[in-house]
Ligand binder design. Structure first.
Ligand SMILES: *Cc1c(COP(=O)(O)O)cnc(C)c1O
Length: 345
């Protein structure tokens, strides 16, 4: 069976990482690998990032943090920020994973587990800077900091970071969020040594708003070459992944290719342009496991069509496609199913 392929270019991932690191310096890169590294495959992305000298990996949940630890080995710092069960907390502590903490209850549970299993927890406290999606409210901040400081004095916790997340939708809102964030940092500084790691920004703000960057920047999309929807191209950043499908039939001059909605391609993408050996052609129809592409002179079974990504023909990226159906490139990438073979080129 001819399966579609997501071709992953390690040189491009390394070049993107280097471009991001140059852009954000002296802020340090934490590469985000949630959602199976945005569909690129977590082990490959982590291995390539570590080879590139990346020292911080952001993994969302504890389960994938432990997958990261397996690939990355002992040296890497791993940050998992989703509120987790007690069993997951134990696993995280035993695998030397830093925890992001956004509620007082979670802080209490992490302290309890660290005390019980006698492992000092490395904690990054999250202030709610306006998104209201997990994060300690400013009015509860002083209590949470006092709790963390007491646990630090007892030797079961180390307050290594302060962080928050911003919408990156409007400069004014992001500025307000930063003001809340900096006030939270100031309050922590009043209670003892300031934590080393301050992180607020993801791809877009890290790239475009240097004044918002902390000592660490959590970046996923731009490392994978996924630019913001309706955003400009980025200097030195290219798509890491190219999605290809093979021609399996030629009918009435149209090319039938082996990729469809069961592979994760939204059927609403019908009408977009895809790359063929003779240039861009319309993707006419998307069925479950097959799609129809407007033919080209000499179209032959075995020809390869590029749905998105880097290549000689056409110019689409996952984001270019996503814009056609009012979504973001990440959604196109993360929906690709396991029928799509990930191939490192
Ligand atoms: C996904 C995520 C990021 C990375 O966002 P990008 O826009 O892909 O760089 C950073 N921080 C948090 C908390 C996230 O959930």
């Amino acid at each position: 069976m001819t399966r579609p392929e997501l071709r992953l270019d390690g040189n491009v991932l390394r070049a993107n990482i280097a471009a991001v690191q140059r852009r954000i310096a002296p802020s340090e890169l934490m590469i985000v690998v949630k959602d199976d590294a945005y569909g690129h495959g977590l082990p490959w992305a982590v291995e390539t990032a570590i080879e590139s000298g990346v020292t911080w990996i952001g993994s969302f949940d504890v389960r994938s943090a432990i997958d990261v630890r397996r690939v990355a080995g002992g040296g890497a710092r791993i940050f998992a920020w989703v509120t987790s069960t007690d069993a997951e907390i134990d696993e995280a502590l035993l695998h030397d994973v830093d925890l992001g903490i956004g509620t007082a209850d979670y802080l209490d549970r992490v302290i309890a587990r660290a005390t019980a299993i006698e492992v000092r927890a490395r904690v990054h406290l999250k202030i709610d800077s306006g998104l209201h999606r997990n994060g300690i409210l400013p009015e509860d901040w002083a209590d949470a900091v006092a709790t963390a400081r007491a646990a630090e004095a007892a030797g079961v916790l180390e307050l290594v970071g302060i962080w928050s997340h911003i919408a990156e939708a409007s400069d004014a809102e992001d500025d307000e969020a930063q003001a809340v964030f900096l006030e939270a940092v100031r309050q922590v500084g009043d209670t003892g040594a300031a934590p080393t790691f301050l992180h607020l920004t993801a791809s877009a703000a890290s790239w475009w708003r240097p004044e918002l960057r902390g000592t660490l920047s959590r970046i996923g999309a731009f490392c994978y070459g996924v630019r913001s929807a309706d955003g400009p191209e980025l200097d030195g950043i290219r798509p890491v992944a190219t999605l290809t499908a093979s021609v399996v039939d030629v009918v009435d001059g149209d090319a039938v290719v082996a990729i469809g909605s069961f592979d994760g391609i939204p059927s609403t993408l019908a009408g977009v342009a895809v790359g063929t050996p003779q240039g861009a052609r319309e993707l006419r129809r998307i069925d479950q496991t097959r799609s129809v592409v407007a033919g080209w002179p000499g179209a032959t079974v075995g020809d390869v069509v590029r749905v998105f990504g880097a290549g000689e023909w056409g110019e689409s990226s996952a984001t270019t496609l996503a814009e056609r159906i009012d979504t973001v490139g990440e959604e196109i990438l993360t929906r690709l199913t396991s029928r799509v073979r990930r191939v490192v080129v």
